[in-house]
Design a binder for this molecule. Structure first.
Ligand code: URA
Length: 230
């Protein structure tokens, strides 16, 4: 929200009062004087104006979880354990998942309460790379890498996937980098070759790489550098 609008939410303050407070250096955002009425404040910012605390600000949370197989990427589910239930109770209500994984998939799951940040990693238009280790039921068809690089047409969504890179590691295993996160995307891509996916493990999302020290089910906060890299 614009800073001047936030200030005007005070019933007894007119827009004129708001602009005067800004002009007089009487407005602080995160303990720094701010005089630009158009300054964008999110719900994480602490805002003080004319000696009043207008918004206390919330701590922004950013976590990486090593998702184990068998938990669903959801905040609640009537039947299955959820990824969020692996985190401390106090955070469970707050967090959402930035880029889901299927129940059987493992690896990097990002969770945050910052919706703008999570959109920067999940918006298909922004084409952030996501890298997966994939094990297949059948030997990988020699034409797979070429077809994935051309893009695979998904009739349901009416889209062609962005060129994906397949690095073949063995007859049945590959590292695949894709740029969207469509529903069951990788299974559907290999489905074109009638090759079922046996295991799927996400290694990275954009510049954020799953920390090798995390066992399945463990999590850690992101570092300042990881948060800023998105
Ligand atoms: N593609 C899939 O098919 N499943 C996942 O969990 C992630 C990508």
């Amino acid at each position: 929200m614009r800073l001047d609008r936030l200030i005007c939410q005070q019933r007894d303050w007119s827009r004129r009062t708001a602009l005067k407070l800004l002009d007089d250096g009487q407005v602080w955002v995160n303990d720094k004087v701010e005089s630009n009425p158009l300054f964008a404040v999110d719900r994480f910012a602490k805002v003080v104006a004319g000696g009043r605390l207008l918004q206390a600000g919330k701590p922004a949370l950013y976590l990486m979880l090593h998702k184990p197989a068998g938990v669903v990427s959801a905040t609640s589910d009537p039947k299955h354990p959820t990824a969020v239930s692996l985190l401390p109770q106090a955070w469970q209500e707050e967090l959402h998942i930035a880029g889901r994984l299927d129940k059987a998939s493992t690896g990097l799951l990002l969770l945050t309460n910052d919706g703008l940040w999570s959109r920067r990693i999940t918006e298909p238009q922004l084409k952030k790379p996501k890298t997966y280790l994939v094990t297949l039921a059948n030997p990988i068809d020699p034409d797979t890498a070429r077809r994935f690089a051309e893009g695979i047409y998904f009739e349901y969504e009416g889209i062609t996937t962005s060129p994906a890179q397949l690095e073949q590691l063995s007859s049945h295993q590959a590292r695949l980098t894709i740029y969207e996160g469509r529903y069951h995307q990788i299974k559907r891509m290999f489905g074109r070759f009638r090759n079922p996916v046996l295991t799927l493990h996400r290694e990275s999302m954009g510049p954020i790489v799953l920390d090798r020290r995390l066992q399945a089910g463990e999590y850690r906060p992101l570092t300042a550098a990881e948060i800023a890299a998105i």
